[in-house]
Design a protein around this ligand. Structure first.
Ligand SMILES: [Mg+2]
Length: 212
């Protein structure tokens, strides 16, 4: 199966790191558990200059490379690959984060996992350096096919409903607690639950295939 895995707050603990950074830089004490909206400017009560500064830090290779993996994520992705699944990281990060993103994968033994950059949030920069990979438009993204997709951001989850035949898994985070589940979506709290959902989806897919 082709499996879409989001990067931030699915594979790694980005919001926790940004919460610490906002506290250090701007003395905003908003712990991870209290991040109730996906918009971090709003969540951390930052000015335009402050959010720009925070995002500038968040996109630096050194910051990205040292993010903590989500518990069990590395083991689960490795097992999915060993089982023959095609794992693709689909991220809304701007693609000038590529160096830090690849460094993170290398640090955790996930060398060579494909990363696709998609303009999930309508904020792709116009002035990318020449070395940065292409960022797909939504139109280009909708031409891709995935059997299962795991994401945490409400906007991204809405986009995924446009992909026919894709099982959507919501990685539970405080900012998606109020997200209204749409038909075919599942919530999960951990990578062990995700692995279980993928195993069931695989069984269902192969049973459907056998009937044809
Ligand atoms: Mg995310």
């Amino acid at each position: 199966m082709r499996i879409y895995i989001d990067f931030d707050d699915v594979l790694c603990e980005t919001a926790r790191a940004l919460s610490h950074a906002a506290k250090k830089l701007f003395q905003r004490n908003v712990p991870y558990e209290q991040i109730k909206v996906f918009d971090l400017q709003h969540a951390f009560m930052l000015s335009s200059d402050e959010i720009d500064q925070l995002m500038g830090l968040a996109h630096q290779p050194g910051f990205l490379a040292q993010l903590e993996p989500a518990p069990g994520a590395i083991e689960a992705v490795t097992e999915l690959q060993s089982a023959g699944h095609e794992v693709i990281i689909v991220t809304g990060r701007p693609s000038d984060c590529h160096v830090g993103s690849v460094a993170w994968l290398d640090n955790h033994g996930l060398e060579g996992v494909e990363i696709i950059y998609v303009d999930k949030y309508g904020r792709a920069p116009n002035d990318l350096p020449a070395w940065a990979p292409q960022i797909l438009t939504l139109e280009q993204f909708y031409k891709l096919r995935f059997d299962v997709a795991i994401d945490d951001a409400p906007t991204a989850l809405d986009l995924l409903t446009e992909l026919a035949g894709c099982r959507i898994v919501i990685f539970n985070r405080p900012w998606n607690a109020e997200y209204q589940l749409q038909p075919g979506m599942r919530r999960c709290d951990s990578w062990s639950e995700i692995s279980e959902i993928i195993r069931h989806t695989e069984t269902r897919t192969s049973c459907a295939g056998n009937r044809m």
